[in-house]
Design a protein around this ligand. Structure first.
Ligand SMILES: [Zn+2]
Length: 397
């Protein structure tokens, strides 16, 4: 299915200010879950207030689909551009300086990508984690495929989001870089930016670019989900009990035995197949890097213990002074059964289910392109334990 352009002239005609039109196209982007899910992506518009150039950028904790004017943080452009020119800037300093540069101190914290939005010399900037784009990028031939499909884009190798990414783009676009010829930006293993001085054109460019990636996938890696009959029976109550014990609280479980989940859980070499990392880095705070894989004939308690052991090793390999998060799995791929998600409440498990459903399709498609490959273990750890990501779990509304 090719992405729909949801722009409506009559609806858009009701918005006369920069910010109100920005809200409208942000909501449009948010309505397509092939573009962003649950707090993913961010948008901005540059405007002028009392002769001062301001970046209205998505505030942390808001979803594009439901964001309102008060969800945007008004930040002084001059300060953001000053920060972009710094060689190094800690997360703490970035957040403090962005906060000090806000016109309205009651507005939400600006997105971690605020400096990058400021650097792009167009009025309207849209950023999504479009499934089709990250599917191409997260394939073993991702570099060549992205270069082929997005030859008119600036293509950026994976680096941590936030200041490091802004700084990378600052360096790549200094000097005689021609922004007018640049249709957008692809961030490998992460997502895509489009921009324009006009809100509709920036939105149109996003839809057009993502449709290119979708067409490529349709042609070269069409998704085929076979219906699997006679699935395995499992004792869910026992599994829920084991997980609750290990997590230290009563977990809510959600089962997914859809055709997609069953097909996914019946793949060969499942323990390797299902543990190849997240589709876009920010998903890691919800799903962790990998699920627990419970093979047929295995004892569930042993499978959970093995997961905790592996997670603890991963933590110890990369941790400096971080505190280990709960090491129990957030979801399980259960061979010949489907998937089960574990969380504190219904909201948490349904957010996870949405994210993993998109990931499963991407993994199956990328395998048809030669293999799925996400960011490295170390990059995953940096993202999972990034303070500015963990904060999102607390502030998310
Ligand atoms: Zn992003």
């Amino acid at each position: 299915m090719i992405l729909k352009n949801l722009w409506d002239d009559t609806a858009a005609g009701e918005y006369s200010t920069d910010l109100s039109l920005r809200v409208y196209t942000s909501n449009l982007l948010g309505q397509s879950d092939e573009l962003v899910l649950h707090g993913g992506g961010n948008t901005s518009v540059k405007s002028v207030i009392n002769n001062e150039e301001i970046l209205y950028v998505k505030g942390s904790g808001w979803d594009l689909v439901s964001i309102k004017e008060e969800g945007f943080a008004p930040v002084k452009m001059s300060i953001l551009l000053e920060m972009a020119a710094c060689k190094v800037l800690s997360d703490v300093d970035m957040v403090a300086r962005q906060k000090a540069a806000m016109l309205d101190k009651n507005a939400p914290n600006p997105s971690v990508e605020a400096i990058l939005h400021a650097l792009i010399p167009f009025k309207v900037v849209d950023h999504t984690h479009a499934d089709a784009v990250v599917t191409l990028s997260n394939s073993v031939n991702g570099e060549a495929l992205i270069a082929e499909v997005f030859s008119d884009f600036l293509i950026v190798p994976y680096v941590m989001p936030g200041f490091i990414l802004a700084r990378k783009i600052y360096e790549m676009t200094r000097g005689d870089f021609d922004w007018q010829k640049c249709k957008g930006i692809i961030l490998h293993n992460h997502g895509i930016f489009t921009f324009d001085d006009d809100a509709k054109r920036s939105y149109d460019k996003m839809i057009e670019a993502v449709s290119r990636a979708e067409s490529y996938l349709q042609q070269h890696a069409p998704l085929e989900i076979l219906s699997i009959k006679n699935g395995r029976e499992i004792d869910l109550v026992q599994l829920q009990y084991v997980i609750s014990q290990k997590k230290g609280f009563d977990t809510v479980c959600k089962t997914d035995c859809s055709d997609l989940a069953r097909f996914y859980a019946s793949q060969r070499d499942l323990e390797t197949f299902a543990t190849r990392g997240v589709l876009t880095p920010e998903h890691i705070i919800r799903t962790k890097r990998v699920p627990m894989v419970w093979m047929e004939g295995d004892d569930p308690e042993k499978a959970v213990e093995r997961y905790i052991n592996d997670y603890t090793n991963y933590f110890q390999t990369f941790a400096k002074d971080e505190i280990c998060l709960n090491p129990a799995p957030n979801y399980a791929v259960i061979q010949n059964f489907g998937l089960v998600y574990f969380g504190k409440n219904e909201k948490e498990v349904s957010v996870m289910a949405d994210i993993v459903q998109h990931t499963m399709k991407a993994v199956l498609s990328a395998d048809k392109l030669g293999g799925y490959r996400s960011i490295s273990l170390e990059e995953s750890f940096r993202m999972e334990y990034w303070e500015l990501e963990q904060i999102k779990l607390i502030s998310h509304r």
